[in-house]
Design a protein around this ligand. Structure first.
Ligand code: SAM
Ligand code: SF4
Length: 489
């Protein structure tokens, strides 16, 4: 495992000096590169090159972009916040729903209007994996196409561009490697994302992720813990472990180990690293969610009291058609398990409405599941047929307008539930990690361990990054309002 560096947003200017040592090799190589009109921006003088990354989609994409930025910083590039001043532009794309996938093509279309833009354009992520070299046909000004399953090859692809290649691709999916970088440029100065499992081996019939992100690959617990210790040394106190099915984590066996850590054991070990005060994890798959995870949350206060456990539908018939591998009742048993914990654990979920063949009765099942589960938050989506998924074979017969109606019905019911649940919290005191300051003096925002947003007032200044106690005074469906009761540094 190479020495790894971490760069925070606030530290970027200073950190570049420290990074010099690890970039010598790559810069020496690039200084000998042959130069073509496009690659001159990269090959001649990377340290003079600026890059901009736009990210679409989930937290895993956001974290992938942090790692891509780290790879570029390690090669001497400088990150800029506006596209116009960037020499290299990367779009890290999402294709989970059609609308998300279309966004990148509308971005790429803009370059048609500016033929002399002189930029190197790269397309990363799920759309890159899905569309492959066709992207070069649709947008000939693109130089790099790399799918998320091939990110471990990204440094080599950049080296090829620096060496004068005009077009490079990383589209293999049969990798058993995870994308670990020497440098990661982290956007949030308090909370660090850390991918512990990449890809997905489930085969939900509507989902493009197994195709775009490849098979499941877990990172070894030793390497995860080594990175957590470094993050703690850098001052991060909150770690969010990421994976499409994070709790399907399987520790790769190392020589001399009789068995690897289970997911629950890894959670406990991460929480035990000195300096770490909060550990989150997302997304959990219901099938692999067992009592050991609840037991770990119950016994270790640093493990946050929040589980994101997407159900997708309340109808067993639809769940079967979605190939979700559990029934409504089995799912509700997992909810009962979480509710049996000694401390309250907040639960959130994802729901898809308008899946092929979904009837009014199925929708009613989803609404009654919302009542039974009593979620603290729900992300609801209209079904969107995706390429390379098995549900494409099922006729998408529900009109978009009707899908929209069902979405509104689900959101309305969930809003009513959240109004009641959040109102029950008025008067209670929570610890928050302060991660936002309002323009209005004395107004701050933070998150509770249960991942609720709590906006609060305090006479103190400079609270960012601190943990403090806040009493809830009012509640709205999506956030809480409160006042600081005591400051804990
Ligand atoms: N791996 C996670 C899981 O198993 O729940 C979720 C991954 S996905 C990035 C996030 C959410 O997008 C899913 O939970 C699902 O609700 C939604 N989603 C995925 N494919 C979809 C599709 N074709 N149409 C609408 N929503 C979709
Ligand atoms: Fe997609 Fe299902 Fe895998 Fe989640 S578990 S990423 S929804 S295939």
């Amino acid at each position: 495992m190479p020495l790894s560096f971490d760069v925070r947003l606030n530290d970027l200017t200073g950190a570049r000096e420290e990074l010099r040592g690890v970039t010598e090799g790559s810069r020496a190589a690039s200084s000998q590169a042959s130069v073509t009109p496009d690659s001159s921006l990269l090959g001649a003088s990377p340290e003079a090159s600026t890059f901009f990354i736009e990210t679409f989609g989930c937290q895993m994409n956001a974290h992938d972009s942090e790692k891509v930025a780290g790879v570029l910083l390690g090669r001497g590039y400088r990150q800029v916040d506006d596209l116009d001043s960037a020499k290299v532009v990367f779009y890290n794309t999402c294709s989970i729903r059609e609308k998300a996938a279309q966004k990148v093509f509308s971005r790429l279309g803009e370059y048609r209007k500016h033929p002399g833009h002189g930029k190197i354009i790269g397309v990363l992520g799920c759309v890159a994996q899905q569309e492959g070299e066709e992207i070069f046909e649709r947008a000939p000004w693109v130089s790099l196409v790399c799918g998320s399953a091939s990110y471990s090859k990204l440094p080599a692809l950049l080296a090829q561009l620096e060496a004068g290649n005009r077009r490079v691709t990383g589209l293999d999916k049969d990798t058993d490697e995870t994308f670990e970088t020497e440098i990661t440029r982290r956007d949030n100065p308090f909370r660090a994302y850390l991918t512990i499992i990449e890809g997905c081996d489930k085969s939900c019939s509507y989902c493009v992720v197994p195709f775009t992100r490849g098979p499941e690959r877990s990172r070894s617990s030793a390497s995860v813990l080594q990175e957590v210790r470094k993050l703690a040394d850098l001052g991060y106190s909150e770690i969010q472990l990421l994976g499409q099915t994070v709790n399907s984590y399987r520790d790769p066996m190392l020589r001399g180990m009789s068995r690897g850590m289970t997911f629950a054991e890894l959670l406990v070990a991460v929480a035990a690293v000195p300096g770490i005060r909060r550990v989150r994890f997302t997304t959990s798959h219901p099938r692999d969610f067992g009592p050991d995870i609840v037991e770990a949350i119950d016994s270790v206060p640093a493990l946050c009291d929040h589980v994101h456990l997407p159900v997708q539908s309340g109808s067993t018939r639809v769940l079967r058609s979605m190939q979700r591998t559990y029934t409504r009742d089995e799912y509700l048993e997992k909810i009962a398990l979480i509710r049996s914990a000694r401390r309250p654990i907040s639960v959130t979920s994802d729901i898809i409405v308008g899946f092929p063949g979904e009837t009014e009765e199925d929708l009613a099942d989803t609404l009654s599941l919302l009542d039974a589960a009593q979620y603290d938050g729900v992300f609801a989506f209209q079904y969107s047929p995706r390429p390379n998924t098995s549900s494409l074979q099922m006729a998408d017969t529900i009109p978009e307008q009707e899908k929209g109606r069902r979405l509104a019905v689900v959101q309305d019911r969930q809003r009513e539930i959240q109004v009641v649940r959040n109102n029950e919290l008025v008067g209670q005191i929570f610890e928050v990690l302060v991660d936002g300051a309002s323009r209005r003096p004395g107004q701050w925002a933070g998150r509770t361990s249960s991942n609720r947003i709590l906006n609060f007032s305090s006479p103190h200044s400079d609270l960012l990054g601190q943990y403090t106690q806040v009493r809830v005074t009012r509640a709205s469906p999506n956030s809480l309002i409160g006042e600081q009761v005591e400051q804990v540094v």
